[in-house]
Design a protein around this ligand. Structure first.
Ligand code: G1P
Length: 297
């Protein structure tokens, strides 16, 4: 009988949000980058909604200085809600409440120095404890029928182990991503024999790149605790992942959907256009607007 093994559920997600967002200055001089709006909501809310859709129950923000607005955004804004309620503005009230995190389900931990993504994840170790968890990088956003993390959780329920979201990038772009050394390509999932963080195109083992969604086993913390510096002199998550290969189940996961990059100015503009077009309420008008703008140039 083909009995499916039950793996420990993915209940917690880590959101590394301590970055200074200097690429977006002056917009991010005071405002956290994760609060910049993509279509009708801040970037961090897209990431949080994706986590919820994937069944995540507890949300862990790895924050830093000047990031207070992020926790405010997910808290109950009592005066605002009361005012909208008293005016009978139900739809707006619903929107204001749409991102109130249930009491006791949001955890905040600090990354005191920008030492790298690996270090940021390590800062969440005590809150994660001994269970598998997800990592969501809010700069990477997806337009998909089913959210990228939800697809990954579904795949994880069959494979267990560690899963990282991957997609093909152009040769010149390998230097911007963690790149997979492929052992066996099975289509949706890819067996991995190695990973390299931001290799120059000539050194890249493939063009299959890590996108910012991970499902990880807690053993990753043992490797992160070595604080080994990698690409760019930073403590890289990718380097710690390499240590798990061969010891635990480890797969690349080709998601369905399109990923947009909100980590660069041009990528952010593209994401806003794509999300505006995909929004059923605004799509047709945005399309007309773009055509009009193009004609007028
Ligand atoms: C991080 C990871 C990298 C991954 C990328 C996806 O890099 O280190 O492996 O490919 O996110 O966006 P960052 O963009 O934070 O430099």
């Amino acid at each position: 009988m083909n009995q499916q093994k039950a793996y420990k559920p993915i209940r917690k997600a880590v959101f590394p949000v301590a970055g200074l967002g200097t690429r977006f200055l002056p917009a991010t001089k005071v405002m956290p980058k994760e609060m910049l709006p993509l279509n009708d909501r801040p970037l961090i809310q897209h990431a949080w909604e994706e986590a919820r859709e994937a069944g995540i129950e507890e949300f862990i923000f790895v924050t830093g200085r000047r990031k207070g607005m992020l926790e405010e955004h997910f808290d109950c804004q009592f005066e605002l809600e009361q005012m909208l309620d008293s005016r009978g503005e139900t739809e707006k009230l619903e929107k204001a409440r749409s991102c109130n995190i249930e009491a006791g389900k949001l955890y905040l931990t600090r990354q005191p120095k920008a030492l790298g993504l690996g270090h940021a994840i390590w800062c969440a170790r005590e809150i994660i404890g001994d269970e598998p968890f997800a990592v969501i990088l809010p700069d990477d956003v997806f337009l998909a029928q089913k959210s990228c993390l939800a697809q990954m959780v579904e795949a994880y329920n069959k494979t267990g182990g560690n899963l990282i979201a991957v997609t093909e990038v152009s040769k010149e772009d390998t230097a911007r991503y963690g790149i997979v050394d492929i052992e066996k390509d099975n289509g949706n999932t890819v067996s991995i024999k190695g990973l390299v963080e931001k290799p120059a195109p000539a050194q890249a083992p493939s063009q299959l790149a890590i996108m910012g969604r991970y499902i990880l086993q807690p053993e990753i913390f043992t490797h992160l605790a070595n604080f080994e510096k990698g690409a760019g002199g930073e403590i890289q998550l990718t380097d710690a992942l390499v240590k798990l290969i061969g010891k635990q189940e480890f797969y690349g996961f080709r998601y369905e959907g399109i990923r947009y990059d909100c980590g660069t100015k041009l990528g952010f503009i593209e994401s806003n256009v794509a999300f505006g077009l995909a929004d059923p309420q605004t799509g047709a008008d945005v399309k007309e607007m773009i055509e009009r703008l193009l004609k007028s140039r």
